[in-house]
Design a binder for this molecule. Structure first.
Ligand SMILES: Cc1cc2nc3c(=O)[nH]c(=O)nc-3n(C[C@H](O)[C@H](O)[C@H](O)COP(=O)(O)OP(=O)(O)OC[C@H]3O[C@@H](n4cnc5c(N)ncnc54)[C@H](O)[C@@H]3O)c2cc1C
Length: 425
């Protein structure tokens, strides 16, 4: 973490003192380039911490190197496979991710975050997913769905209260929007929040909640005025130690196993007024605006999974010999590998160009946040299927990661790229 800070500080020094850069020979940038950089750097988006400066390419490369180092050490194939087989998140991973500085990528520096923006968050998500889709999904539910929602909508007091522990990985976060009867049509949610003295009382159930079985803090959406539809939803910060909160069950999923998903129950759960996130009855805005950036960051998951498919298929097809030569020498095999590579690069371009527009211009295109995850997730499933075919029989056994990668790739295309987007746009 300190390394990122040092690299960022150096870059800022150079960029904040263009006159020095221009007068001390040799100039690093032309004056037109400096003007462009200054314009870019002074842009302040509502979706970034105050004083945010979009990271340079060098900073993003440095970050990617750090995540890859972390993954080599902490998320080996054994860890990924064990997490999948046991369907249990390796709980020590939270503090390791926290110590590495990866949990607060988009959050304020004064609460422990790195304030590096959404391109950086995609980089971390991509590299973690390359190692384990399920660990990465839990990571994103914590760092984007929970932490970033608090970052964007929390009051200074709420941020100080909740973010430091979440960013350190000593507390676990989740976000609860979906219900068993309200998935794509999330606004039809039935969980209620009734006003009482000093706060609200929540009643209802939430389904499919990533990190739900382990969470300490959950951002929960509930109806404060059920008759008002989308205008009667409010977001709350719920401490899971509160009386009346429970996790009814942990789901046994086909993929993303070990990213613990739960059904949450709220039975007269008291939430104090100071834990309302955003405005009363303003929850739909919090939810919808959050979904754009959640989809964007989650779209980096399938990128990592496509890279994982290539990581398996490339060496295998070069080592495996049939008819006296490596199977990769056949044009049909080369064609499949070329397709996989091209799908990865096209998806990568879509995700990162969308994230760059958010970081550098403050432009969030709902249709592109949804499009990026839709496109990447479908391509990841195709790549994983190709990977299995390229491995022949070895693609069909659990000794190799190909089946895990396929099972992890199938999920995100439905995950949140749902009808809510299509109805709104
Ligand atoms: C692994 C996993 C993790 C998740 N994590 C979270 C989380 O952390 N927090 C959270 O709040 N939620 C979470 N979800 C829930 C997720 O957001 C929902 O699954 C998603 O919104 C879809 O809802 P649904 O499953 O009820 O499907 P449904 O809405 O019932 O959809 C079923 C099918 O019908 C289609 N469909 C629905 N309406 C229409 C329509 N009008 N036109 C055409 N087709 C339609 C859908 O596209 C889909 O193919 C998670 C889900 C999974 C699987």
């Amino acid at each position: 973490m300190e390394n990122f800070r040092a690299v960022r500080a150096l870059a800022r020094l150079r960029l904040m003192a263009p006159s020095r850069v221009a007068t001390i020979a040799p100039p690093l940038f032309s004056s037109a380039a400096i003007q462009h950089i200054q314009h870019r750097r002074t842009y302040a988006s509502k979706k970034h911490p105050q004083g945010f400066e979009a990271p340079s390419t060098a900073e993003l490369v440095e970050l990617r190197d750090r995540v890859q180092e972390f993954v080599r050490r902490e998320i080996t194939e054994d860890v990924a496979s064990h997490t999948d087989k046991t369907n249990a998140f390796p709980s020590a991973m939270w503090s390791k991710l926290g110590e590495a500085g990866f949990l607060g990528i988009t959050a304020n520096e004064d609460v422990g975050g790195l304030a590096m923006g959404y391109q950086a968050h995609c980089v971390v998500m991509e590299e973690l997913s390359r190692a384990s889709g399920s660990i990465a999904l839990s990571y994103a539910a914590h760092s984007q769905l929970c932490i970033n929602q608090l970052q964007l909508n929390g009051s200074p007091t709420q941020k100080k209260k909740f973010l430091p522990d979440l960013i350190a990985g000593t507390k676990i976060g989740a976000l609860a929007m979906s219900e068993s009867g309200s998935g794509s049509d999330v606004v039809s949610m039935r969980t209620t929040a009734n006003k009482v003295d000093g706060g609200y009382v929540l009643n209802g159930t939430k389904m499919w909640i990533t990190n739900g079985p382990d969470a300490d803090v959950v951002v929960v959406y509930a109806k404060t005025r059920p008759e008002a539809g989308s205008k009667g939803i409010t977001a709350f910060i719920v401490d899971t130690k509160t009386k009346g909160f429970s996790c009814a069950r942990k789901l046994d999923k086909m993929g993303m196993r070990g990213s613990n998903t739960g059904e949450l129950v709220f039975e007269h759960v008291f939430v104090p007024d100071e834990h309302i996130l955003g405005a009363v009855d303003g929850g739909a805005r919090v939810l919808m605006e959050g979904l754009d950036l959640e989809r964007l960051v989650l779209s980096a998951g399938p990128l990592g999974l496509m890279q994982a498919s290539l990581d398996v298929a490339l060496p295998f097809t070069h080592q495996r010999k049939q008819f006296g030569s490596p199977i990769a020498h056949n044009q049909l095999v080369q064609g499949k590998l070329a397709d996989m590579y091209t799908k990865l690069q096209a998806s990568r371009a879509y995700t990162y160009v969308t994230a760059k527009a958010v970081d550098e211009e403050g432009i969030i295109r709902t249709q592109d946040c949804a499009g990026a995850i839709l496109y990447a997730a479908e391509r990841a499933t195709e790549c994983a299927l190709d990977c299995i075919q390229l491995l022949g029989g070895m693609g069909y056994v659990e000794e190799m990661p190909a089946s895990r990668i396929l099972r992890e790739s199938v999920i995100p295309s439905n995950y949140k790229t749902n009808c809510t987007t299509m109805h709104n746009h």
